[in-house]
Write a protein that binds this ligand. Sequence first.
Ligand SMILES: Cc1cc2nc3c(=O)[nH]c(=O)nc-3n(C[C@H](O)[C@H](O)[C@H](O)COP(=O)(O)O)c2cc1C
Length: 166
Amino acid sequence: MSTLETIGSDPDTSTLRRTFGCFPTGVAAVCAEVDGEQVGMAVSSFTSVSLSPPLVSVCIGKDSSTWPKLRQASAVGVSVLSATHDLAGRQLASRTGNRFEGLTTTTTESGALHLEDAVALFECRIHEEVPAGDHIIVLLRVLALAAQPLTPPLVFHGSRFHQLAA
Ligand SMILES: Cc1cc2nc3c(=O)[nH]c(=O)nc-3n(C[C@H](O)[C@H](O)[C@H](O)COP(=O)(O)O)c2cc1C
């Protein structure tokens, strides 16, 4: 194991990113239809939080231009991306172009937008937003859900997409 590096008050963000990136996660798309416009973003910070009440969370960068739009929706959709969604994952994080081009989506009556062929779907409303450094921890209350547990997920590790080994 490498020697521990003490972090000062102004830590090197590339070291932090590299070290945080050692922790493998899935990738989710947080999306909604707001005033007729499809808005959404890829996140690797999705995690389950509580069974009762049913809560999940995502961490959103404070400088995100998408979150201020998404948070206006009456409901947001969370789609857990499948192994076949690597291009969708990249597209949903792009700073230019239409993030939804070529993607097949469905929208619930409340405006939660989901991707087809996702591993799991959640329809959520915002429960609480907690400021946390340069991010906001967004707690989402789950209103409806669906799971395809046998569908292989997309994995994010070391700043790259991977698939689970067979
Ligand atoms: C795999 C992956 C995971 C990401 N995870 C997060 C995340 O957890 N939180 C976040 O705020 N942005 C995350 N992003 C970045 C956003 O998708 C998006 O690029 C960023 O918010 C800037 O776009 P915006 O200004 O439209 O929000 C991730 C991007 C990728 C490719």
